[in-house]
Design a protein around this ligand. Structure first.
Ligand code: NDP
Length: 295
């Protein structure tokens, strides 16, 4: 099947790589050199523009920072949408925002093109293994089509509701992740400064009621080892927290905790910069307290 993939970033590239075994893949990336490098390593054709990538394909996947970039690559200059034939489907793996996705879906529907939001969870290691949870939002018929495509890189593939439902659940999930990262970075730093052995503290928490994915997986694999490879930008996690706050506001739900997390994430984004990794708040907490959480 001819498939196009737009956006070969940290997570997009390993996802697209899995499609090369089942599909005839065309890739496009804003920085052309990354697409060329991808095509040298995998069986894929490089398109010069989103429009060129979309011509002749029935399935188009996007994996971009936010829904704003998805809108631009579909409907902007040299955008993909006008090149898509009626009956095609757009599968958006961006962690986007529900309201934008509903607008994009409505616009695509005018030309007979279906839209499914399909954000992924699990990070780069799961993407490399082709074992990403995929959170689908859309109409049932389109979702069943999308399910077959994302199976190339997905493991737990869940249909959560209409267009935007995948993005909504993804945003809340990531806001919870951010809350745990921020709280664990502050709490563990305090414990180490109080003279407690870091690994012992983490193991005790992980056998207790404060355990989370952050303390069970991320802290042992990365913080205790002093390993901070760039896998997922803090700026993108901050963006997800913003989507979660907007969703709660739209639903009229009180949100002081989500708002506090979003505020702190934005402050750290300003301090750490756009390229910082989502685990860098730990490194910063260590630096500012003059301790190391190692062991
Ligand atoms: P990266 O920042 O690594 O890559 C972003 C991609 O979008 C690159 O291909 C980049 O192109 C492209 N891009 C950026 N701005 C534009 C633009 N204005 N127009 C066109 N293309 C643009 O992001 P990730 O791959 O990490 O994340 C992509 C999405 O997946 C995000 O929504 C993120 O929240 C989500 N996600 C990421 C995970 C991760 O672990 N990394 C995990 C789960 C979800 P260029 O190469 O030119 O910069």
């Amino acid at each position: 099947m001819p498939v196009a993939f737009l956006g070969l970033g940290a997570i997009g590239a390993p996802m697209a790589a899995h499609l090369t075994s089942t599909d005839r893949l065309t890739v496009w990336n804003r920085t052309r050199a990354k697409a060329d490098a991808f095509a040298r390593e995998h069986s894929a054709t490089v398109a010069a523009t989103p429009k060129e990538a979309a011509s002749g394909v029935t399935v188009l996947l996007t994996c971009l920072p936010t829904s704003a970039e998805v809108d631009a690559v579909l409907f902007g200059k040299d955008g993909a949408a006008p090149a898509l034939a009626s009956g095609a489907i757009v599968i958006d793996c961006t962690s986007g925002d529900p309201a934008s996705s509903r607008r994009i879906a409505a616009r695509l529907a005018e030309q007979g093109v279906a839209f499914v939001d399909a954000p992924v969870s699990g990070g780069v290691p799961a993407a490399l293994k082709g074992e990403l949870p995929v959170l689908l939002g859309g109409q049932s018929v389109a979702v069943e089509r999308a399910r077959k495509v994302v199976a190339a890189f997905g493991k737990k593939i869940v249909h959560l509701g209409p267009v935007g439902a995948g993005h909504a659940v993804k945003a809340v999930n990531n806001a919870l992740l951010a809350a745990n990262i921020l709280a664990a970075s502050e709490g563990l730093t305090a414990l180490v400064k109080a003279g407690i052995e870091p690994r012992l503290a983490v193991e005790t928490i992980n056998a207790s009621s404060g355990a989370s994915f952050t303390t069970q997986v991320l802290v042992p694999a990365r913080v205790l080892n002093g390993s901070y490879p760039p896998l997922f930008r803090h700026a993108l996690l901050d963006k997800d927290c913003g989507i979660a706050v907007e969703l709660a506001a739209e639903m009229g739900v009180e949100r002081p905790v989500l708002q506090a997390v979003k505020t702190r994430m934005a402050e750290l984004r300003a301090i750490l910069g756009e390229a910082a990794d989502y685990m860098d708040p730990f490194a910063r907490a260590e630096r500012s307290a003059g301790v190391e959480i190692r062991g």
